[in-house]
Design a protein around this ligand. Structure first.
Ligand SMILES: [Zn+2]
Length: 341
């Protein structure tokens, strides 16, 4: 393939195929994967919905069915599970709030909003994911994101939350899942976005962190999550959004990254995979498109439409189906992110 053939504009974004792919996700109930990923169902709806919004087809999924499904996941205490009958958790609750925000249905929560503020540890400022008490900077960010969308940030202690995030900073400028943990691009995104919402980006070591983030680009144009790791489309979001918060997306080769993402799409059947040639999934489809949106690709995805949906993106976590092993972070942008940076 010649250099000219490899340019993003020659590859093009297969918009119609991606919309059809997202629309078809819910029709695969006879496939094992559908049930193995039940613990991600609400997150999956969020990723699919975000994808069609980014593609400029916000009505490609039925609004009433989406609303009914989200509300069917809510518990009497206001929190949301990943699917009907699942325990309430911060991550699915955040997805629920984000979905409702995207379909202009937040008023459905008027009578029984989730008690997210109760999950903040009053001594450390961090947040638990659920009543069992596991804490993680992803939960802290997710909580602030959802509370921001709900207009309820005043219910929590933002100073303590910011201080906790600062305690997770490392010598390389990055952040880990908790104090002393290794820097990781996904965690860096959640910490930067949380600090942005708290109005405390002044605490960030911008020079070191921008350098670390820009070193995530590989010769193939993609970005990786940590040193020595393979590039992966979803990090197009975590790394690039972090650089966007710092105002430095120009520290990487933007054209090479767009080309990497576009090379990872299935132009015929729709969907985007983690890297060229692999199986597509809704997670990488969402974050590949989110990465392209930050790159302002395609050119039509700019202005009001782009701004609105990038602001509404959020944070989640993905675990391997059937096990608790940490796979890769699935968060995304922020509310308050573009508004406050
Ligand atoms: Zn990935």
């Amino acid at each position: 393939m010649s250099q000219e053939d490899a340019t993003p504009h020659r590859l093009g974004l297969a918009t119609d195929a991606h919309v059809r792919y997202v629309q078809g996700l819910d029709s695969k109930k006879d496939e094992l994967d559908y049930w193995l990923t039940e613990h991600l169902r609400l997150n999956g709806v969020y990723w699919g919905l975000t994808a069609i919004h980014l593609l400029g087809k916000p009505n490609a999924l039925p609004r009433q069915e989406t609303l009914d499904f989200v509300l069917s996941c809510q518990h009497p205490n206001g929190g949301f599970g990943a699917a009907p009958g699942h325990d309430a958790h911060m991550l699915s609750t955040v997805s629920a709030v984000q979905i409702l925000a995207m379909i202009d249905a937040l008023d459905e929560l008027d009578s029984r909003g989730p008690d997210i503020a109760d999950l903040q540890d009053p001594s450390s400022g961090s947040f638990y994911g659920d009543e069992w008490g596991e804490d993680d900077t992803r939960f802290l960010y997710g909580a602030l994101n959802a509370l921001s969308l709900l207009g309820s940030l005043s219910l929590v202690n933002l100073d303590k939350a910011a201080t906790y995030v600062e305690s997770c900073a490392n010598f390389d400028g990055g952040y880990g899942v908790k104090p002393g943990a290794e820097s990781h691009s996904g965690q860096i995104f959640t910490c930067l976005a949380a600090l942005s919402i708290c109005g405390r980006l002044d605490t960030v070591n911008r020079e070191k962190l921008t350098g670390w983030l820009s070193e995530r680009q590989t010769p193939g144009g993609g970005l990786n999550g940590r040193p020595e790791k393979t590039e992966d489309v979803c990090y197009s979001w975590w790394v690039l959004a972090s650089l966007a918060i710092l105002g430095r997306t120009h520290w990487i080769d933007r054209s090479a990254l767009a080309n990497f993402i576009l090379s990872s799409q299935d132009a015929e059947n729709g969907g985007i995979s983690d890297r060229p040639g692999n199986m597509v999934d809704v997670w990488h489809t969402c974050f590949g498109l989110a990465g392209l949106s930050l790159l302002e690709y395609p050119a039509g995805m700019q202005g009001e439409r782009r701004a609105k949906y990038v602001v509404l993106q959020t944070s989640n976590v993905r675990y391997e189906a059937g096990g608790p092993s940490y796979n890769e972070t699935a968060m995304s942008s922020t509310t308050g992110f573009y508004a406050k940076v």
